[in-house]
Design a protein around this ligand. Structure first.
Ligand code: ZN
Length: 436
């Protein structure tokens, strides 16, 4: 009902591939590569008159690529190029735009604007399904505790669950005017909701409010799936979330600009890439060269089903590794592992580490609560922790335990501070503080 000429082209292209094999989870490399080539050429054609992208394509002979290797001739678009410039990469007439979201600005600087047409929102993006990756029932109640204000997080996942999967969605939000954590916990309990979609830190916050409301997070709730998104976390942190809520959790990786970028299947060992939606590359952040398979680098994404404001070779600032593996779930395609953000990496002793690497060890100390800070100073790492619920360990014992586990696991000898309570934030949890 919202069709425009441009979306007919995107929709028709996707449909023609779904006719070959309507289960995208089962596409093989040949089909995927051919689709990517066709979809990229369509996006390049939609973007060819945009001044910004025209400049990025100057090394191309025309506005088409003949193979995926040629795509590397197109220059990257960075976050800084788009900050504070609302219409820079909009590729349709303004009259076709229907929604505007902005980036949260957690990486600093001015906002990045994201415009969508009605077709982006309600046709092309939700046309394709990933049955293995989003196995919702139409009767499932999904508590969507992601931010709805300004950001695309809440509303875009709402579209996936509600319009795409026909599940029942409670737009709970994350600490907005009407959406206090108390209210969210109360409704999760009253509705006996099956699914919670939120960030790792907010899953921890909701747990605290459940305890404060004298509810048993396991016995009094009916969760059978938690999706964690918005901020990364280590596997041990995830296991702690599962333990406190008594439900399995699945990582969901997306960006405010480019939407869904990775989802875990039931085997939960890496992200499957929604290949119909996005073309993903890994590059060396210093040189811009494409990384070999299995090599860590910056994730670069190209949106394949957006006409309003496509992102083409967009540098996400997130680090990851792509490998082709045949997963136990049956998906034979590329899998992504995340390594945190470029700007959050811990620089210690002249080396760079993912904060999740340290978190993984820290969270093994059960007496440590779910909120902490890694403070990187010129003289090393300080870990600020609080005690977990129900523990009566002394400060000195806790410090000793944390130092031992971190030292044995990572080789780093940290300073450890125990505080009563780390301040809670409803925005993305800031775990890493660079002080030196
Ligand atoms: Zn799988």
């Amino acid at each position: 009902m919202f069709n425009s000429k441009e979306t007919d082209r995107i929709k028709n292209l996707v449909e023609s591939y779904l006719e070959k094999n309507d289960n995208i989870d089962q596409w093989d490399k040949i089909l995927r590569d051919q689709y990517h080539l066709d979809a990229i050429n369509l996006i390049l054609d939609l973007a060819k008159d945009n001044e910004h992208y025209k400049g990025k394509m100057h090394k191309l002979d025309g506005t088409k690529i003949n193979n995926l290797d040629e795509f590397k001739k197109i220059e990257f678009t960075t976050k800084d190029e788009l900050r504070g410039k609302p219409y820079k990469t909009v590729c349709v007439d303004k009259s076709k735009l229907a929604q505007l979201n902005i980036s949260t600005g957690t990486t600093g600087g001015d906002n990045i604007f994201c415009f969508y047409t009605m077709n982006d929102l309600y046709c092309s993006e939700i046309q394709t399904k990933y049955p293995e990756l989003i196995p919702l029932k139409e009767t499932d109640i999904v508590v969507n505790a992601l931010p709805y204000e300004m950001s695309s997080a809440g509303i875009s996942l709402q579209r996936v669950f509600q319009v795409g999967e026909r599940a029942i969605v409670l737009p709970a939000g994350k600490g907005g005017v009407y959406s206090t954590p108390q209210k969210t916990v109360e409704l999760m309990h009253k509705l006996q909701a099956e699914v919670l979609m939120t960030s790792p830190s907010y899953a921890a916050t909701l747990y605290e409010y459940a305890l404060e409301s004298d509810l048993d997070p396991i016995k009094d709730f009916n969760l059978n799936r938690i999706w964690l998104t918005g901020e990364g976390c280590s596997d041990t942190y995830r296991k702690r979330i599962e333990k406190i809520w008594g439900a399995p959790s699945y990582f969901y990786y997306g960006s405010l600009e480019c939407g869904s970028l990775g989802m875990e299947c039931r085997y939960r060992n890496g992200y499957h890439i929604p290949e119909a939606h996005v073309y993903m590359e890994i590059i060396n952040p210093e040189t811009g060269e494409t990384c070999d398979e299995g090599e860590i680098g910056e994730i670069v994404t190209t949106t394949l089903v957006r006409e309003g404001q496509p992102f083409i070779r967009y540098r996400t600032g997130d680090l990851g590794i792509i490998k082709t593996v045949e997963c136990e779930c049956g998906i034979k395609e590329r899998k992504l592992a995340l390594r945190g953000r470029v700007c959050d990496q811990l620089k210690l002793d002249g080396r760079i580490f993912s904060p999740f690497y340290y978190e993984d060890y820290l969270m093994k100390v059960e007496e440590v609560g779910l909120w902490y800070h890694f403070i990187v100073k010129s003289d090393g790492l300080t870990i600020r922790v609080e005690k977990n619920y129900g523990t009566d360990i002394s400060d000195d014992e806790l410090i000793e335990k944390v130092v031992k586990v971190i030292k044995e696991g990572t080789g780093t000898i940290p300073m450890v501070e125990v505080v009563d309570k780390i301040p809670r934030v409803f925005t993305k949890a800031v775990r890493v503080i660079q002080e030196g």
